[in-house]
Design a protein around this ligand. Sequence first.
Ligand code: ZN
Length: 78
Amino acid sequence: MAPPPPLTPLIFLGGAVLLGGVTALWVYYDRRDRRWQDAERRKVTFHCIRCDTIHAELVGTETAVCPQCGQVNARLKF
Ligand SMILES: [Zn+2]
């Protein structure tokens, strides 16, 4: 059995580091996207009955003040 060429462990190490880096990046972006989607899902849409503006507030808000005209609007129900 011939001994492995001296570069083989380095190539293996480089491949492992690269793979680890890619995996770390993938996990990072995946988590960031999920956080963003969760934030979007926690929003409720409001429609201003006075000036027709559509605006979003956090979930749990039943009434919201219109950013355009100050009219207090009830939550949109679908
Ligand atoms: Zn308005």
